[in-house]
Ligand binder design. Structure first.
Ligand code: GLA
Length: 384
């Protein structure tokens, strides 16, 4: 009797071929974490408000082999080899290696037991385009290094701490929590005060069309931290713990204690917070006219009151709204460049993406990259 053949270990679903080329088709450790697009609720997370992001099916992948108390990582997109000592948290303090050091330190501070890894990282998430490539990297790496992967909220908090404390961008929790807690076919409604969340189905016949204006935004630049400080100033002037606790009437009735800049920032936050709940309702009711109105109001508020839009983002939104099959469009993420998110009928999504990109190139002279995506699943360890 001949011995039973050794079953081939199953391939890792979705493992990018370019990663299998360098890490092998059967790496011992594989982790994946998605980028995100925010449907609505912009700059509300650090004001304790609501947000409605969706994880994308664009993701960062890490694959490799176990190693002793060290992370050794190379990237398919960036030069250099990054080494971080897992026992001390010593590692690079600049470039993409800084993010790896930051994740190791945040994991150690949270008391998470680590295991070493020697491997590769690659990403489909465009870097610096406002789709949370940094959160995807942080979450993927934390997922790969933890002996036991923490639950989505705990994991998101660790990744957020990596970015805010160790990289120095005082971001909210949205990007990291969207990456850890995403559910295919759904947006995630998060209350950033108590961190409760609910999944909100996105209709099967809708797609998320993400269009990159081609103007890179640096989140680490001071403008983001400056907006945050302005919001804190406004909350203090209004006598509330966070802007989530103020109403539009409070903002409008306030006297000179609220300077014009702080007043405009507060007006954006309180109206945007309200728009999130209205968008959840409109998605549930299939009310596409309301979605169009809400996205338009969000974009206008980000442009006028929060001052984080750009001529390119305004142009993309305007062109999207003039395109067949488009339901709603607005800038997504922090702003200052980056991407727009457009809800579009599935049957016309590809055509709409091509038409918007062509119109944008004609009018701005810039090339726009675009992706037709659906809300995807959150981070996972697929091997190891
Ligand atoms: C960035 C931050 C998030 C959030 C958005 C704006 O993506 O990382 O926490 O503040 O900007 O909504």
């Amino acid at each position: 009797m001949s011995a039973a053949p050794h079953p081939e270990p199953a391939a890792v679903p979705g493992l990018p071929a370019r990663l299998a080329d360098v890490a092998g088709t059967q790496p011992a450790i594989v982790a994946r974490a998605p980028g995100r697009a925010n449907l609505i609720g912009e700059h509300t997370d650090y004001n304790d408000g609501y947000v409605l992001p969706a994880a994308l099916d664009l993701a960062t992948w890490i694959a490799g082999a176990p190693a002793d108390d060290v992370l050794v990582l190379r990237s398919l997109e960036e030069p250099g080899e990054v080494q971080v000592d897992l026992r001390t948290g010593e590692g690079p303090q600049e470039g993409w290696g800084l993010y790896a050091t930051a994740v190791v330190r945040a994991l150690r501070e949270a008391g998470v037991a680590l295991r070493g890894l020697q491997g590769w990282v690659t990403t489909d998430v465009p870097v610096g385009a406002g789709l949370s490539s940094s959160a995807a990297f942080e979450v993927a790496l934390a997922t790969a290094l933890a002996q036991d992967v923490p639950a989505p909220l705990a994991l998101a908090r660790i990744a957020q701490r990596a970015e805010s404390v160790h990289v120095g961008v005082r971001c909210g929790i949205m990007d990291q929590l969207a990456s850890t807690a995403g559910v295919a076919g759904h947006a995630v409604w998060i209350d950033c005060r108590d961190l409760s969340r609910a999944t909100v189905p996105v209709a099967d016949d809708l797609r998320l069309l993400v269009v990159d204006s081609g103007v890179a935004r640096g989140l680490a630049n001071s403008a983001y931290n400056e907006r945050r400080a302005e919001c804190e100033r406004a909350a203090a002037a209004l006598g509330v713990p966070a802007l989530r606790d103020a109403t539009l009437e409070d903002v409008e009735a306030a006297g000179e204690e609220l300077d014009p800049v702080a007043r405009a920032r507060a007006r954006h936050v309180v109206t945007e917070h309200a728009r999130v709940a209205q968008t959840v309702q409109a998605l549930g009711a299939g009310d596409r006219a309301a979605l169009r109105r809400l996205f338009a109001a969000s974009h206008a508020s980000l442009r006028e009151d929060y001052e984080v839009s750009s001529a390119e983002l305004d142009l993309l939104v305007q062109q999207a709204l003039a395109t067949d099959g488009v339901v709603a469009s607005r800038l997504t993420g922090a702003g200052f460049g980056g991407c727009t998110i457009t809800l579009v009928e599935a049957a016309r999504a590809e055509e709409a993406g091509a038409a918007i990109a062509a119109a944008y190139e004609r009018d701005s002279g810039r090339r726009a990259r675009w992706w037709v995506t659906r809300p995807g699943a959150g981070a996972a360890r697929l091997r190891g």
